[in-house]
Design a protein around this ligand. Sequence first.
Ligand code: TMP
Length: 206
Amino acid sequence: MSKGLFITLEGPDGAGKTTQMDNLAAYLAKRGRSVERTREPGGTRLAEAIRQLLLKPGYGPVDPRAEILLYAAARAQHVAERIRPALTAGKIVLCDRFADSTLAYQGYGRRLGAQLVEQINNLATANLKPDLTLLLDVPVEIGLRRRPGGADRMEQENLEFHRRVRQGYLELARREPRRVRLIDGTRSPEAVWAEIQGILDGLLAG
Ligand code: TMP
């Protein structure tokens, strides 16, 4: 068992994860907690290199199975090199996206199915599960409108793809309500943060 705490942020593109990640990291640091902040795909040199391959448009149509295996490869390296050691050292790991993104995007978005995704996720994570997952939910149209600058390869997918992604997340929250906390991301960043802070305080007190 790891001594640390593993917290992930999830949600469709443009849900406001980065802002809330900033809030979480600052809040925990102020309380003297040792925080390791990271993201997926990425978090190590190898995984960041794989991120470039995954998100840069221009490699042509990417086969869904090639895509899921690249996300999984990045995750396996990230877990082994960074997340597990940080948890073992007693840190709080804050990760922007993790295995639930694969369920939503590849399982539902690409329609690879939950069962296959679970097998690949278990392999990539060596069965590591977050202690808490904050799922910031926004309707697809709002999320995509919020994204600054040019869209990456995933964001360029059509509305139907992004609707399936959101559906996947909502079903996950229904299935695992204790771990996955569904948060309405359409409100102001301050209101969203107030809710997250309450959830976090509860977790830290427990
Ligand atoms: P982001 O860091 O800006 O959220 O970009 C990552 C993109 O990759 C985002 O569109 C979600 C997607 N993604 C997957 O499709 N599967 C995954 O397993 C992960 C971690 C991300």
